[in-house]
Write a new protein. Structure first.
Length: 267
């Protein structure tokens, strides 16, 4: 229930409908809108069903992500970059750890994300982050701290989402702008679930020694989850057929060689 789990944080265009079952964000000339979770989490399996802005959505970004606060923040991102009518959305993913990101991978989805709700999931445990679209894994970022690469595992994060004007960069590098005659632009959300460790008063609900424990961490399969062979095959299919940008292969951006995690098996 969106009334229970979230609070609208900015913009006049955010509304909760159907007794808390649906939330919508709007963007018009006066501005965008956003919301955040009331709770903080330290690891979890987060699912949200989203229906993106239909038709002409160029210049808009619908962001859905986990983030901590502070100068050395952690963040796990889904960002949906709009496009002109008939052209595909770009699904932009990124992982920040200790304030460092620059790990973008982008995809064109194999379905139309505007005609119906689809489930976008983040599985985050101490060893990996996995991004899913309709239960199909599209990206995995492993914990490679043994190589000196920071991994988001110590800072609790809230869930955020926003719909905003990013036409300086979002569509074809900013060449195509928002056309306000199509406003208001609307994204819809439903069926949020979080099987997660709730962080409160400096302790995790998954720690059975915590006075705030509300669950047995042994029952949380996602805490130890890794992709099986079938799921890895699906992810390879997505990478081969639907990935349109991979920072590991951007030689102009990294002329002296890709970041260290790209040189090991991060999949």
């Amino acid at each position: 229930n969106f009334y229970d789990d979230f609070e609208i944080t900015w913009g006049h265009g955010a509304k909760i409908h159907d007794n808390g079952k649906v939330l919508t964000l709007n963007l018009d000339k006066s501005g965008g809108s956003g919301f955040q979770s009331k709770k903080e989490y330290l690891f979890g399996k987060i699912d949200m069903r989203i229906k993106l802005v239909p038709g002409y959505s160029a210049g808009t970004v619908t962001a859905y992500y986990l983030s901590s606060k502070g100068a050395n923040w952690d963040e796990i991102d889904f960002e949906f970059l709009g496009n002109v009518t008939g052209e595909p959305y770009t699904l932009h993913t990124n992982v920040f750890s200790q304030g460092n990101g620059d790990r973008e991978r982008q995809f064109h989805l194999w379905f139309d994300p505007t005609t119906d709700f689809h489930t976008y999931s983040i599985l985050w445990n101490p060893k990996r982050v996995i991004f899913y679209a309709d239960d199909v894994p599209i990206r995995e970022f492993k914990n490679l701290e043994y190589l000196g690469i920071p991994f988001p595992k110590k800072q609790p994060m809230r869930i955020y989402s926003s719909l905003w004007n990013a036409d300086s960069w979002a569509t074809q590098g900013g060449r195509i702008k928002i056309d306000w005659k199509y406003a208001p632009f609307t994204a819809s959300y439903s069926n949020f679930t979080a099987d997660a460790c709730i962080w409160a008063f400096g302790a995790s609900s998954c720690d059975t020694n915590s006075p705030y424990s509300n669950s047995n961490s042994k029952t949380k399969v996602w805490l130890r989850h890794e992709l099986d062979i079938a799921k890895k095959r699906k992810m390879r299919w997505v990478e081969k057929n639907h990935m349109v940008y991979d920072y590991c292969k951007d030689h102009k951006r990294f002329p002296h060689g890709p970041p260290l995690e790209c040189s090991v098996d991060n999949n």
